[in-house]
Design a protein around this ligand. Sequence first.
Ligand SMILES: Cc1cc2nc3c(=O)[nH]c(=O)nc-3n(C[C@H](O)[C@H](O)[C@H](O)COP(=O)(O)OP(=O)(O)OC[C@H]3O[C@@H](n4cnc5c(N)ncnc54)[C@H](O)[C@@H]3O)c2cc1C
Length: 469
Amino acid sequence: MTAIRLAVAGRQVVVFERNDELGGKLTSRSRDGFTFDTGPSLLTLPTLIDDVFRLAGTSLENEVTLQRLDPSFRYFWPDASTVTFRDQPIATAEALESWSPGSGSEYLALLARARTIWHVSNRTFFAGDMSSPFSLLRRMQSPRDFLRIDAFRTLQSRGEKTFGDTRLRQWLGRYATYSGSDPARAPATLACIAAVEADFGSWYVRGGLGALRDAMVRVAQRAGVELRLGTEVTKIDATPRRVTGLRLADEEVVAPVVVVNADAEHMYRDLLPHWRRLGAVERTERSTSGIAVLVGVEGRTPMIGHHNVWFSRDYRREFADIRAGRVPTEPTIYGCVSSVTDASQAPANCENWFLLINTPADSTIDARQHGPWLLERLAAIGPDLRRRARFAEVIGPHDIAMRYRSPGGAIYGTSSNGRNAAFRRPAMRGPRKGLYLVGGATHPGGGLPLVTMSARMVSDLILRGYRER
Ligand SMILES: Cc1cc2nc3c(=O)[nH]c(=O)nc-3n(C[C@H](O)[C@H](O)[C@H](O)COP(=O)(O)OP(=O)(O)OC[C@H]3O[C@@H](n4cnc5c(N)ncnc54)[C@H](O)[C@@H]3O)c2cc1C
């Protein structure tokens, strides 16, 4: 996204990617007629990507077929209760009200608060880079903005204050996991994601989210970006003052500006060693990693939707395990079955199950051992896929770490745990002039919407810099 923005602004841009395909974690895997989105499976705020495509003379609608999902999510609890969230807040509130009396109005009250957080965050936190807390302060209209973004409370505490039904407290806590964080330690600011999903929709791209990656590649090529795949960057060259280029295995590339999309820990340890910045990243808690199981399933499963969540009995226990460095004994299981919406994703009368649980970011975890266990866990609280599975493939923290150079397999860079987490993310401006970080490892965080915002912010910094010289 940064490359497209800079190319459209007339800069000569070359992208170096170590893997043989672009897109990073936004990727898919096909096997025996089944297709699985192995990274993002839920798209929110597609307009952010549309903004970039429009700069490049096209639109998201021109490039892919988008589908707004209704229902958006099905949630299941260990007591066998289940509720379906709809695309419209009122429809969801009605469903909640008949499921747990009183919770419909609690949900609408939560959304009202979450919308305020979203609006204030948009003109403050998401409006530009965060070189210092003063960058944020300058964008605040009044000290009340701090109260409005609900940063002094945790998401779990907001859930406890809002909902009488413990199941909905757990539902709200799930939004912490969207940035690989712990509901009991992440700020209630993350409740804004609930409003984003309710008001702007949960989206799917026909053909799978791999089709979105392909569209980004097409638009970049048309904008004149040179794409070099299978090309590992081994070092960033710089004088004590400014960046001068980078090194590949057998080539030196001269460049006045280098934008690093890799993880900050990899950057400051391997590419441009910088002990102070590396120390700061190491002292900041990593986001979670995950174990995913891709299951090609025969037949149809009743009661499921496109996006499903089987909650554990207790998030506290789950995250206590993660904090202690263990795979949770009783994990919440996310299951995406996009063939429910898009028949092209599985053979006739089959389903493509993508299961995901949160784990510590630790690449020594033996994920293969957990594949059969995860199917057993799901069978205990939800559908039993074991007899119908044609195959089950496991992806774990080690795979994520090796493929994307994400230390420990952390999915979202650093976590949002703690009140100061937003200020502790690695800065967008590197320690040399002309050096920038972009994407999930820096401000404002991980997930497709935030990394797309990050691209906008870093391009603004660079283009402003060019004009200044
Ligand atoms: C299992 C999973 C589920 C997810 N679900 C969702 C979801 O539903 N919705 C959502 O919005 N987000 C989701 N995400 C998060 C989202 O995928 C990421 O936040 C986002 O894709 C990160 O983009 P990025 O460009 O910052 O980093 P990356 O995608 O990690 O890209 C960095 C790229 O840099 C390359 N690289 C690293 N080092 C070097 C080097 N030295 N030389 C050359 N190349 C290098 C890597 O190979 C990689 O391609 C999910 C992620 C995962 C893994």
